[in-house]
Design a protein around this ligand. Structure first.
Ligand code: ADP
Ligand code: MG
Length: 616
């Protein structure tokens, strides 16, 4: 038989390599920023459009390239940074694989302009899908400018796979943070869709952190310093009282390179042992300097993982350094674990007069403990607009004020979704009783047998549909706050809030002021306890950032899901009988009662027949 193996043409090989190197616009941002740093630039500009989908451009004032090098830079395995395998163990540059530009040029429209400082003129190269379109001599400033346009123009499947602009921008900003935090000695400017998002002057690390995350950050930082033979540690950890509900600001830099390490993260977290409540995460910005020979960064093409020769020692050193700092700065001893969680909320009460009453915070707020008598009496559904939790169930009126006994009938008439569900055998028995199992499941009798419902998921479904209705149809009422809440967020978190502002207003939020770092809220949805606002917004921002993969993603939907998740009664919460019944009834008044907003089963049924079989 004839030989069948062939070498792949370069442009195909490049496209395959691109799959490894370039996952999304932020990958391009990373590679271009790193190249600029390797070129010893002191000022680096990043320009993006449409979250980098249309354009990622990086302009640097570094050493530039000769015209031959400019052409060669797009070849695969073309690098000026290493010459032999030995060099891999003495790396002082970010790049070394010589793959990035070749990969990027294989899947985008790329324009390069570059000039070496000593030259009069520079070189311009246009390359599209690995094909050189033009190479010319141009007048251009010293340094290099690379524009990457229309990413994945020739791989529609990859392009379609990109997330919403909000999510892709999030990734780009994350990358920008990582690179700029590691290099405070370089000035960075970031333009997003024509407006300047960050302008970071040359500074020290503390100032860089503050410039990125807002002035308030300064007082939250505790320096960490340790100098041993194997390892130098420098940087900052966030004071425990400023810990976050989400793993936001956690950065390790090893030899100026951002890395992820669950192991080292554990070392830091364990230094905070006893200082943080469960589910809270410390912030940290830590630089580890080690001998390049003792690490192997050649593990992953995108190079955020690293292998250390002696992880155990590193772990121990890091943990003790952080512990030492927390102790030295008197953090640990002054913490009073039993204090009112009220004090932990980052609200700014400075507008409050001294004799005003303290606002009590009840973290275990249970909507069902209030006015529970109104829960099941249909006549009480027409409630005062200001009554506390019931707005969770806004929209109920529109669904009819029927009693629970005729509720299945309502759905036969009203909604085709429910028809499949409410075929006779699943309709609620008129002699219905409910029982709560392990403070988690509600067991209820139905005509055909029994129904077991997950209380948390069921409540999420109910709230989700209510919020969606408010967001799309009617808009909810707000509860005016006596003292506006001042919440502090980082610049990019504020960006997200700005994007969500209009939708949030539909749910009942009233924003009285939005600056670069603070949000002032003068009204909140009736369903949201004031004390929970900051956590709910944090969770929301986190959800937007990490958008659960969902083909028909929309911000409204995400908002409704996030709020529902935050506000739904939790598993472990004991419910009164009337509350249980109410939950069952409300669930089955939903359009899609059988799944939670995250598509998880909300209830299961078991027929008497099935039970009978078990007793044979
Ligand atoms: P690597 O960075 O791994 O060497 P790249 O594909 O990213 O590979 O870049 C290839 C080469 O192009 C680099 O080794 C460098 O010589 C040159 N180069 C890339 N970007 C720049 C830049 N901004 N300034 C100067 N030279 C650059
Ligand atoms: Mg590179």
């Amino acid at each position: 038989m004839a030989d069948i193996i062939q070498l792949l043409p370069d442009h195909v090989a490049n496209q395959i390599a691109a799959g490894e190197v370039v996952q999304r616009p932020s990958s391009v941002v990373k590679e271009l920023l790193e190249n600029a740093i390797d070129a010893e630039a002191t000022v680096i500009k990043l320009i993006i459009k449409d979250a980098g989908k249309t354009l990622v451009q990086v302009i640097d004032n570094g050493k530039g390239m000769s015209s031959t090098d400019a052409r060669l830079s797009f070849e695969r395995h073309a690098t000026s940074k290493i010459r032999n395998a030995e060099d891999l163990f003495h790396l002082h540059t970010k790049g070394f694989r010589g793959e990035a530009l070749a990969s990027i040029a294989a899947i985008a429209h790329v324009e390069l302009k570059t000039k070496q400082p000593q030259e009069e003129v520079g070189t311009s190269i246009v390359i599209e899908g690995s094909e050189i379109v033009s190479q010319e001599v141009v007048v251009t400033p010293k340094g290099t400018s690379i524009s990457v346009k229309n990413l994945f123009f020739n791989i529609p499947a990859r392009r379609n796979f990109l997330k919403s602009n909000t999510v892709e921008l999030r990734h780009v900003i994350d990358e920008f943070h990582r690179v700029s935090l590691a290099h405070p000695n370089i000035s960075f400017v970031f333009y997003n869709n024509g407006s300047e998002s960050f302008n970071l002057p040359v500074s020290n690390q503390r100032q860089r952190i503050v410039n990125l995350f807002g002035n308030k950050t300064n007082e939250k930082l505790v320096p960490v310093m340790e100098d041993t033979e194997v390892l130098k540690i420098s940087g900052f950890v966030g004071k425990p009282e400023f810990a976050k509900k989400t793993r936001g600001e956690q950065y390790f830099f090893v030899n100026d390179r951002f890395i992820k390490s669950a192991y080292l993260n554990h070392a830091v977290a364990s230094a905070f042992d006893g200082l943080l409540k469960n589910g809270w995460y410390p912030s940290y910005f830590l630089n580890l300097n080690v001998d390049p020979q003792s690490i192997d960064i050649n593990i992953h093409p995108t190079k955020t993982e690293i292998k250390f020769d002696d992880e155990h020692t590193l772990y121990a050193l890091l943990r003790s350094a952080v512990k030492h700092s927390l102790g030295q700065f008197n953090i640990a001893p002054v913490l009073d674990f039993e204090r009112d969680p009220n004090l932990d909320t980052p609200y700014n009460y400075n507008q409050k007069e001294s004799d005003t009453p303290v606002i009590e915070v009840d973290r275990s707020f249970n909507p069902f403990h209030e006015e529970r008598n109104t829960l099941v009496k249909p006549s009480s559904y027409r409630k005062e607009p200001t009554s506390s939790w019931e707005s969770l169930y806004v929209g109920l009126e529109s669904k009819g004020t029927k009693t629970q006994h005729d509720f299945s009938e309502v759905h036969f008439e009203s909604d085709h979704h429910s028809e499949s569900l409410f075929v006779d055998d699943k309709s609620i028995d008129s002699g219905q009783t409910t029982y709560q199992l392990h403070n988690k499941y509600i067991v209820s009798t139905i005509k055909s047998g029994m129904l077991i419902m997950d209380q948390h998921r069921a409540h999420q479904r109910i709230l989700y549909e209510d919020f969606l209705e408010n967001l799309t149809v009617k808009g909810a009422s707000s509860q005016q706050l006596l003292f506006p809440l001042q919440l502090h967020f980082s610049i990019q978190e504020i960006e997200i809030i700005k994007q969500l502002k209009e939708d949030l207003e539909y749910t009942g939020f009233i924003f009285s002021n939005l600056t670069d770092e603070t949000v002032e809220i003068s009204g909140v949805p009736i369903s949201i306890p004031e004390s929970e606002v900051s956590i709910i917004l944090e969770q929301l921002i986190c959800d937007v950032e990490n958008e659960v993969p969902d083909s028909n993603f929309s911000i409204t939907d995400l908002l409704a899901k996030s709020l529902a998740k935050s506000l739904a009664i939790k598993n472990g919460q004991a419910l009164k009988k009337s509350e249980q019944e109410h939950l069952v009834n409300r669930l089955f008044a939903c359009k899609e009662p059988n799944v939670s907003p995250a598509n998880r089963t909300t209830f299961v049924t078991m027929s008497v027949d099935e039970l009978d079989k078990k007793f044979i």
